[in-house]
Design a protein around this ligand. Structure first.
Ligand code: FPP
Length: 279
């Protein structure tokens, strides 16, 4: 948080918003569905790929801001398993942009102590992209700050299927002594094993959809949607999302505080009192 305040202009809107944030209650994991690159470009009568190019700057800024704020984990949805359906030229441009980004940003990632990883079926990516990703993962492996995950060739449903198959395969190798599955066992077999679930899920471009992203992990995430297209996403938007998150009351299906009046009312089951009323 301190390094973020040092990086912004004193008196700016960013500085004012940042000063309102409670550093003790930062989301530990932020996940972002970066959407609207194509519409951003169409509004400007530009080809769709111009929107993707313009989307690189907010990627860089968001990673840096999260690192400076002291956020533990950031996951960016960069390419879904369904994005292969797009025209070949667009897909190839996305891979070129990614390789260019990784090559150019590696020193900044290391300077900001960002540890990089990928979630998704990495073996389905073009080989030169896999090599570039491997290099950045290796080079940042000792970084101790923000843990950045890029979701590439990612599908939430496929992730769950892969996890269940991995569990079955382990069972097969151990000679089948099946014990009942638990949520912990499934969580530990997902691509996100070892990561906390996202506290805050941000989506740009106003769409109210999850789009097959982190289906298991977002069970209790707070969702914040902005109308802005991804290329227009700025640090102030990130700060506003965090401030809104800090206003939410997270109950995980329970109650925020026990209601003292409830203690006086006997519990009922199907309309009948579960306990005889105390005389
Ligand atoms: C969604 O917008 C965006 C993507 C499918 C790609 C995300 C890519 C970037 C942000 C650029 C580079 C990324 C990195 C990590 C360097 P869309 O094309 O679906 O937009 P639309 O819904 O308006 O058509």
């Amino acid at each position: 948080m301190k390094s973020f305040l040092e990086a912004v202009r004193p008196g700016s809107r960013e500085a004012r918003l940042a000063a309102e944030i409670d550093p003790q209650r930062l989301p530990s994991h932020i996940a972002i569905i970066m959407d609207g690159n194509g519409r951003w470009a169409r509004r400007r009568r530009l080809p769709r790929v111009a929107g993707h190019r313009a989307g690189v700057r907010p990627v860089r800024q968001t990673i840096e801001a999260c690192a400076q704020l002291g956020i533990g984990w950031l996951t960016l949805y960069a390419f879904s398993a369904d994005n292969w359906k797009r025209p070949r030229g667009e897909v190839e441009t996305l891979w070129l942009l990614l390789r260019h980004y990784l090559n150019k940003e590696l020193p900044a990632l290391k300077r900001n102590q960002v540890r990089f990883q990928v979630i998704g079926r990495m073996d389905g990516l073009p080989e030169e992209v896999q090599r570039a990703l491997d290099l950045v993962m290796l080079e940042t492996a000792a970084c101790t700050g923000l843990r950045l995950s890029l979701a590439l060739n990612y599908s939430g449903r496929t992730e769950i299927v892969d996890a269940l198959n991995a569990i079955l395969e382990r069972e097969r190798r151990n000679g089948y002594s099946p014990s009942p599955l638990t949520e912990e066992v499934v969580s530990a077999s997902l691509y996100t094993a070892g990561m906390p679930d996202p506290d805050l899920l941000i989506r740009t471009s106003g769409e109210m959809r999850i789009s097959n992203f982190l289906l298991w992990q977002i069970a209790y995430s707070e969702i914040w949607v902005t109308e802005k297209f991804w290329p227009d996403f700025r640090r102030v938007d990130l700060l506003e999302a965090i401030l809104e998150y800090q206003k939410r009351e997270r109950r995980y299906g329970g109650l925020a505080e026990p209601d003292p009046a409830e203690a006086l009312v006997p519990a009922t089951v199907g309309g009948c009192s579960a306990q005889p009323p105390v005389p």
